[in-house]
Design a protein around this ligand. Structure first.
Ligand SMILES: Cc1cc2nc3c(=O)[nH]c(=O)nc-3n(C[C@H](O)[C@H](O)[C@H](O)COP(=O)(O)O)c2cc1C
Length: 416
């Protein structure tokens, strides 16, 4: 009976334990979590979602208050098109977070940054260019391109001196999306170093419609593997979404994957950014509370616990402070939904907006409890205390459980 430890994931000459902890914005996959993955010989991700906000919290910069002050007079105005990011500040926050993380790195593993194209930041191409190049300049080992098709992202990095040595990969949910990406980047003569195939049970935004339940990760993964083989391309495929035990992971390795990307089990790690109180909500969640809805203004379905405070909240859009989801025209679907609701209820003080959510504010405050489908199984991975709360785990414990467990077993942590 094999365990994950019988396999290694190769990036050129470098070999790592084939476990990647997926990127989880906003600062859910913290530097501390990613550093543990690297120390244990695997791959950890930090996220570049809302980094100016994250660096304010972590490193006491003042990016958010400065931006909010600059656009103060726009707060009552529906048109947000003038609310632009200072590109130098975006670059600085990226460099700061990445370099501080990389300086602290120990061990044989690697640290990548998860970069979501859908964070359009009211100037999609330029802000993305700054984020990608900022991360490369600050010494990140690799970049995982996610949430969006990223058809132009390689182009944005092509003049960077690290374009060919950093590990660059993409998350796709179908062969078609992969083909589009490959076609678009062919002229750069630079293949991705890895391909994450993310299935419909993952957390965060999904690369599927509301018919997500009709798809299955193993089937899509095999299609991607067959496609690569037919093209004579030797690129490691990393399966993601619903891989809950070491044995689940082994089944993907045996199907030909180079590794797996996992996240949900780490949402209850002490090193993860989710505050303890919210972590208990993840432990407590039931299968019936696993919800895929369309409240994200990105237009992608997103999975979350149905009791998330973000659902139905009606706060004023906070684009002057944040504004990470403003599209190229300065619009966000939440602004439209909010304004329509205000117009329908002119005399109501506290409105509720059901269609969309102010994702920037709620993700920043850990009030949008996005999660993978198997979140309801987290309670089986630890001990319940006498007071009804659950014992948090260490990232090391979860990582090693994935690495060494067999027979679908989940090792419980030592009792406190
Ligand atoms: C709380 C949470 C937040 C996530 N946020 C992101 C994100 O910001 N960007 C992204 O590409 N994927 C995100 N994901 C997806 C994970 O990186 C990962 O691919 C997926 O959840 C793996 O499946 P699993 O959670 O069932 O192990 C998130 C997942 C979770 C659970």
């Amino acid at each position: 009976m094999k365990s994950v430890d019988d396999f290694r994931l190769s990036f050129g000459k470098q070999q790592v334990v084939p476990i990647m902890i997926g990127g989880m914005g906003v600062d859910i996959s913290t530097a501390e979590l990613a550093l543990e993955a690297a120390r244990l010989g695997g791959v950890g991700h930090i996220s570049d979602a809302m980094l100016p906000t994250v660096t304010d919290r972590r490193y006491k910069t003042k990016f958010v208050s400065e931006k909010q002050k600059q656009y103060k007079l726009n707060i009552e105005i529906a048109d947000k098109s003038i609310v632009q990011f200072d590109l130098e500040q975006v670059a600085e926050s990226t460099r700061l977070h990445v370099s501080k993380t990389m300086e602290a790195k120990r061990g044989e593993g690697m640290i990548f940054v998860n970069c979501m194209e859908k964070l359009t930041m009211n100037l999609p191409r330029e802000t993305l260019r700054v984020r990608l190049n900022g991360a490369l300049d600050a010494g990140i080992d690799g970049i995982t391109l996610s949430a969006g098709l990223h058809l132009g992202s390689f182009e944005l990095m092509k003049d960077n001196r690290r374009f060919r040595d950093a590990k660059l990969g993409i998350i796709v949910s179908s062969v078609r999306a992969l083909q589009l990406f490959m076609r678009k980047t062919a002229k750069l003569d630079r293949l991705p170093d890895f391909i994450v195939v993310e299935g419909p049970l993952a957390g965060g935004h999904l690369g599927f419609g509301l018919d997500w339940a009709e798809y299955d990760l193993m089937t899509i993964t095999k299609e991607v593997l067959a496609h690569l083989q037919s093209e004579h391309l030797n690129i490691p495929v990393i399966a993601a979404g619903g891989i809950f035990t070491g044995s689940d992971a082994v089944s993907f390795m045996e199907a030909g994957c180079g590794g797996v990307q996992v996240a949900t089990r780490f949402t209850v790690a002490k090193e993860c950014g989710i505050p303890e109180k919210v972590r208990q909500e993840y432990f407590k969640a039931t299968e019936e509370q696993m919800e895929v809805n369309t409240t994200s203004p990105t237009g992608y379905p997103m999975r979350m616990i149905s009791t998330s405070p973000s659902i139905g909240a009606g706060i004023r859009p906070n684009c002057e402070a944040y504004g990470y989801l403003l599209d190229a025209t300065g619009n966000c679907q939440y602004i439209e939904a909010y304004n329509a609701e205000v117009a329908r209820n002119p005399d109501v003080k506290k409105i509720s907006v059901m269609e969309k959510t102010c994702l920037c504010t709620h993700m920043r405050n850990y009030d949008c409890w996005t999660c993978g489908h198997y979140t309801y199984r987290l309670k089986d991975t630890t001990h319940k205390r006498a007071d009804g709360t659950y014992q948090s785990l260490s990232a090391e414990h979860i990582f090693k459980d994935y690495q060494f467990s067999i027979d679908d077993k989940i090792a419980l942590p030592e009792k406190e």
